[in-house]
Ligand binder design. Structure first.
Ligand SMILES: Cc1cc2nc3c(=O)[nH]c(=O)nc-3n(C[C@H](O)[C@H](O)[C@H](O)COP(=O)(O)O)c2cc1C
Length: 295
């Protein structure tokens, strides 16, 4: 039996978000062999923000030591449900064009799984519902970014404004079915997410990693000159020898990534983005985080 954890991130348990989640749950339950575990996230608050103690990075089983439902060394009630799930669905209202604070708190506390990798490949889908002046697509974009940064298997997102409610009910049901099918596969064996899958997998998603990282890594310049790597090397703001050597390799990959990006070869550009980050991330850890991690 596969289990899909459906998280309602609205305090209004019979509000618009909840009624749309009901349609998703109908879709999930229509697939034989899949069960639903429903939670209202408000029943599990307060969830503490991550306090950057690095305990999860240091302890061998990569568990969170905070004393709340997302912690207790993996025994917190909510995190336990996440660990047991074969699929995760978040239904959220849109607040100020974004996911609500409860969702941010929830996902922020997935940092232990970045170290353990055990939720990599978890099938994930969401819906983002708004009733006023909108922002559903912007909130959906954020969910797709969570899927990327958490290495989930992204099944889809449904941005809904209440003017589209009727057709959204049908789409919600279909999205539930799709997630349930992926959960069944997960129950057999979790999908192994390679770096290639992860980066190429954002093609066509609301948030595509290439455009985001080109902007971010170049500090908005879209060229090597002015990029974070170039800045670090030319200003000597990274000092440790090992980190500097890693940065030099990152610089070469960044230049190649930008060359391919400029001519529109997104596959090659992403290949070099992947390589670039295999140098950039360890370089920044070595320079700025190693001391905290090894305390
Ligand atoms: C703090 C807050 C911020 C909101 N921001 C937006 C917004 O940016 N865009 C929008 O269309 N609606 C916004 N709304 C309205 C909600 O999206 C709307 O009330 C939604 O239907 C709530 O879902 P619910 O019935 O599940 O509570 C906001 C509501 C609250 C309480």
């Amino acid at each position: 039996m596969a289990i899909v954890l459906c998280v309602l991130a609205s305090a209004r348990s019979e509000g618009y978000t909840a009624t749309l989640l009901d349609r998703v749950i109908e879709g999930i339950k229509s697939i034989k062999g899949v069960d639903v575990e429903f939670v209202n996230i408000f029943d599990y608050l307060p969830i503490s923000p991550c306090i950057s103690c690095w305990n999860c990075a240091r302890n061998d089983d990569h568990r969170c030591t905070l004393d709340d439902s997302m912690g207790r060394m993996g025994e917190g009630e909510l995190v336990n449900k996440v660990l047991n799930a074969n699929g995760l669905f978040i239904a959220q209202p849109v607040y100020f064009t974004r996911p609500p604070a409860s969702v941010q708190l929830f996902f922020e506390r997935f940092y232990p799984f970045m170290w353990s990798g055990e939720l990599n490949g978890l099938p994930f889908a969401s819906l983002s519902q708004a009733a006023n002046n909108g922002g559903t697509r912007m909130a959906d974009w954020e969910m797709s970014k969570w899927a990327f940064t958490r290495s989930f298997k992204y099944i889809g997102g449904l941005p809904v404004h209440m003017v589209q409610y009727d057709e959204a009910c049908v789409k919600a049901r279909d999205l539930g079915k799709k997630l349930a099918e992926a959960a069944l596969e997960d129950a057999e064996e979790r999908f192994t997410v390679t770096a290639f899958d992860k980066y190429m997998g954002t093609d066509g998603n609301p948030w595509d990693c290439l455009d985001g990282y080109v902007d971010d890594l170049t500090n908005g310049t879209r060229s090597y000159k002015g990029s974070l790597v170039e800045h670090a090397l030319s200003h000597g703001t990274v000092k440790k020898e090992e980190a500097v050597n890693l940065l030099r390799n990152a610089a070469e990959e960044l230049k190649l990534m930008l060359q391919y990006y400029e001519v529109g070869d997104r596959v090659k550009a992403k290949e070099h983005l992947i390589k670039m980050r295999t140098y950039w991330s360890p370089a920044t850890i070595k320079e700025f985080l190693d001391d905290d991690l090894n305390q």
